[in-house]
Ligand binder design. Structure first.
Ligand code: NAP
Ligand code: MG
Length: 403
């Protein structure tokens, strides 16, 4: 069998620890034997980020703008312990944060649905994709502890020096206060990313805020979405036979629990943080979640939703056997290859991505899985495989499919 060719490179961002080990296995066993991989490689492993003063992360994000599609391995976000462990020059920022700031995107997370790993919510039949706005609100807040009686105000000083004031509260005793913000430009790009992703995946889009209570702040989110929808997307949505639906956040939560899935749920930053953990754990496991950053310019960066699985890596280093789930990382690759194929009109590459995903799902549905899934599956007597043997079992299925 001749290998599938790629006309345009894909940006490949390598990472850290156990996921770096899986990354190489996936390339060796599931990709290189079938595809003439054409990637522009960036090593985002912490050692190399440190050597390059984190320039490699910036270069990788720039390359993503150039080529349009990237696939990223999980990476360590340094903390004090990592400073000593890796002898770091600086506590480098989170690569995801750096890349997100440069691409200005929205993160879409969707569960990988497999028979035998059933969601706890019994009526969820199709995946629910969560789209989280990744800028501002409580994540960029300013807080104050109010020690005693006094007045708290919001003050806006315009460029010409004129001021506008709003009373927050006239305190009679001790309390707390908080100021936060967002930007129209960021909300607009969030909205466009969501509308584009809905069209791309042919799914309805839900959006919710608390605009009845927050009549200026949340209402601005609602208005910006409505305006962009009317002016730029309404006709496209109607042509694609999908809908845009706005409701209050508490109503959305109630409806989600009763829904059968198969839609995108756009959330403000905090709602997205909280609700994505609820949705992902209800669907089974973080290792069964795909994650893609979509920029308003249409750049795509695929990754797994979980981290570098440090605990398993230390076992691996001691020569002990690991049973780490590689599904999310495999789906990061298949997602990126499919998108590359779509952009280049390369049907063979898109078909390969479908086959790789099908082989992965069928392996699990056939009872072969890693330990994390074996603990939650409804399949009787599953075969628990180690990290490598699970990937080899997928390869076997994939070879059957491609034969
Ligand atoms: P983690 O890597 O997500 O792992 C936490 C625990 O979840 C693991 O110990 C394991 O549980 C389970 N788990 C996660 N992924 C799994 C998989 N694929 N297969 C089987 N089990 C899995 O989080 P962490 O250990 O807290 O963080 C490690 C590093 O990852 C940190 O340095 C953090 O900065 C980084 N991180 C990176 C990203 C990213 O790049 N996107 C995201 C989050 C965290 P058991 O130990 O019980 O088996
Ligand atoms: Mg969270």
């Amino acid at each position: 069998m001749s290998k599938i060719k790629m006309t345009t490179p894909l940006v490949e961002m390598d990472g850290d620890e156990m996921t770096r080990i899986l990354w190489q296995m996936i390339k060796d066993e599931l990709l290189s034997p079938f595809v003439e991989l054409n990637t522009e490689y960036y090593d985002l492993g912490l050692e190399h980020r440190n050597e390059t003063d984190d320039q490699v992360t910036v270069d990788a994000a720039e390359a993503t703008k150039k080529y349009g599609v990237a696939v990223k391995c999980a990476t360590i976000t340094p903390n004090a312990a990592r400073m000593t462990e890796y002898h770091l020059k600086e506590m480098w920022k989170s690569p995801n944060g750096t890349i997100r700031a440069m691409l200005d995107g929205t993160v879409f997370r969707a569960p990988i649905v497999v028979k035998g790993i059933e969601p706890c919510v019994k009526n969820w039949k199709k995946p629910i994709t969560l789209a989280r706005h990744a800028y501002g609100d409580v994540y960029k807040n300013t807080e104050m502890v109010i020690p005693g009686p006094g007045k708290v105000e919001l003050v806006y000083t315009a460029a010409d020096g004129t001021q506008q004031r709003e009373l927050v509260h006239e305190f009679k005793g001790a309390g707390i206060a908080q100021g936060m913000h967002n930007l129209n430009s960021s909300i607009e790009s969030f909205a466009r990313s969501c509308f584009n992703y809905a069209l791309d995946t042919q799914q309805d889009l839900w959006f919710a805020t608390k605009d009845t209570i927050s009549k200026k702040y949340d209402h601005t989110f609602k208005d910006i979405f409505a305006e962009i929808y009317e002016n730029e997307y309404k006709e496209k949505f109607e042509a694609a036979n999908i809908t845009y639906f706005y409701t209050l956040i508490d109503d959305a939560v109630a409806r989600v629990m009763k829904a059968e899935g198969g839609f995108i749920w756009a959330c403000k930053n905090y709602d997205g943080d909280v609700m994505s953990d609820m949705v992902s754990s209800a669907f089974g496991s973080l290792a069964m979640m795909t994650s893609v950053l979509v920029s308003p310019q249409g750049y795509y960066e695929y990754e797994a939703a979980h981290g570098t699985v440090q605990r398993h890596y230390y076992k691996h280093l001691k020569g002990e056997e690991t049973s780490t789930n590689s599904v999310a990382t495999i789906f990061a690759w298949s997602g990126a290859l499919r998108k590359r194929g779509e952009m280049d009109g390369n049907k063979e590459l898109m078909d390969f991505a479908d086959s790789l995903e099908a082989a992965t799902i069928e392996t699990i549905e056939g009872g072969k899985m890693t330990k994390d899934l074996a603990l939650i599956t409804s399949i009787e007597n599953p075969t628990v495989l180690n990290s490598r043997d699970f990937i080899l079992a997928i390869r076997k299925k994939l070879e059957e499919k491609l034969a």
